[in-house]
Design a protein around this ligand. Structure first.
Ligand SMILES: [Zn+2]
Length: 255
């Protein structure tokens, strides 16, 4: 309201200014008019300041979709570094469309590996399940459930079989979307060599994978029905591949 009154006065003064011929009156009006000019300038600068503040607040920060935020399950432990990709390096060579790449996040995870030492790896996964993956790695860490290593599949040139053969834990690997939740990073495979795919009765003609792997529940890092890690996955809404119709996909969990 105050601004409106002052502006009205400024307009009134400037409109009437030319009508005054008396010198003292005119000087008086000049002073007022100059004051109004300064006020107008101040007001304009204020508006500019407010505009730039709002612009900087509303401007999106660097695209969080494609940034490597270095989110991790454990922050206070030193670790053997299994990989340390940037987001750009982790997606390099993937044939996934941008629409899918934009759904991904690269998270840092720490785990006890099979050497019983703490390792640091990374999981390239869908942002929708990234929080749950961090919770699960936190759980496995505190349970000392071994994870052989967790390295984005780019290391294996996007060859899922090579990654499985290496007992590697991963989430995103682009492939036929209608066939696999890994194509959007909505699934995770953990210790595939310890938890191989075994085809169920009636489907024995298919090859178990990875080749040479055998299920042995006594090996640490193996999943079985009452395993606490399996229960934790279920609690967080994951479906376990062990319950698939045709195969026991024991290393596989998906949303
Ligand atoms: Zn899988």
């Amino acid at each position: 309201m105050f601004i409106k009154i002052v502006l009205y006065f400024c307009n009134f003064a400037s409109n009437r200014f030319s009508k005054y011929t008396d010198l003292s009156e005119r000087k008086y009006l000049i002073n007022i008019y100059s004051g109004c000019q300064y006020f107008q300038m101040f007001k304009t600068l204020s508006y500019c300041g407010i505009f730039f503040v709002l612009l900087s607040c509303s401007h999106p920060k660097s695209d969080s979709v494609n940034s490597n935020k270095k989110r991790t399950n454990i922050t206070h432990e030193s670790a053997i570094i299994d990989c340390n990709y940037s987001f750009e390096e982790a997606i390099k060579g993937s044939k996934a469309p941008k629409e899918i790449i934009n759904q991904l996040e690269l998270i840092t995870v720490k785990y006890y590996s099979t050497d019983r030492k703490i390792h640091q790896g990374q999981i390239l996964t869908n942002k929708r399940i990234a929080d749950r993956i961090l919770i699960l790695f936190n759980y496995m860490f505190h349970e000392k459930f071994p994870v052989a290593h967790a390295i984005p599949v780019v290391k294996y040139h996007w060859d899922d079989d090579a990654s499985m053969q290496a007992n590697n834990t991963y989430s995103f690997c682009y492939r036929d979307i209608s066939f696999s939740k890994h194509a959007r990073g909505m699934a995770i495979d953990i210790n595939p060599y310890f938890n191989p795919v075994r085809w169920k009765k009636g489907y024995e003609g298919h090859l178990n994978k990875p080749s040479g792997a055998h299920f042995n529940a006594s090996i640490p890092g193996t999943f079985y029905r009452l395993n606490p890690v399996v229960q934790e996955f279920k609690k967080l809404g994951f479906r376990w591949g062990h319950n698939f119709t045709m195969k026991f996909d024991d290393h596989h969990f998906e949303i």
